[in-house]
Design a protein around this ligand. Sequence first.
Ligand code: G3P
Length: 218
Amino acid sequence: MKFFVDTANLKEIEEAQSLGILDGVTTNPSLMAKEGITGSKNIINHYKKICEIVTGDVSAEVISTDFDGIVKEGKELVALHEQIVVKVPMISEGIKAIKYFSENGIKTNCTLIFSAGQALLAAKAGATYISPFIGRIDDISSNGIELISEIRMIFDNYNFETEILAASIRGPMHIIDCAKIGADVVTTPLKSIKSLLNHPLTDIGLEKFLNDYKKGNK
Ligand code: G3P
């Protein structure tokens, strides 16, 4: 399973990259705004900086909601760097644009997926990735992990190459559950990845090993 970080914070991206387990980055307009990155020039420069830090795919989201606008913006974004993947919303104009991009060798990430039907349509259009927002589904008392499971079954039934990129991750158990089901990618805040490191028995065991070493080397 690939690990992406879901952030526009350069320090977090650098830290994730330094762990040696990072496969890519996803961003969205809300994450950019959270870092105080506003205005198209600054946003574009920020994407370039992210691409210089990581070696994998970097999702950059379009703002347009009509076919011509999405295609124009998407072309401008991919011209920035070879690692850019165009993030397109799950709307009919978005599906048309994903089809266009896939026929023209441009990678896409179809975002704001909340149902298996939406995932199926995006895969039919040739999306490289689809992003089901599992945390937001859990937030409304439904089951985000079940959605990943349904999509996995559908994609496997028809050998779709579209990768399931589980997004809106709320904690380490979401990552584990996605791995069990066979999501291709999780995109997550760095905090959730770092939580995977922790186990009290590891801490206790390490302390004992280090103390025993000290005793034996007095
Ligand atoms: O990148 C999109 C997605 O991960 C958003 O997550 O936490 O805003 O639901 P969240």
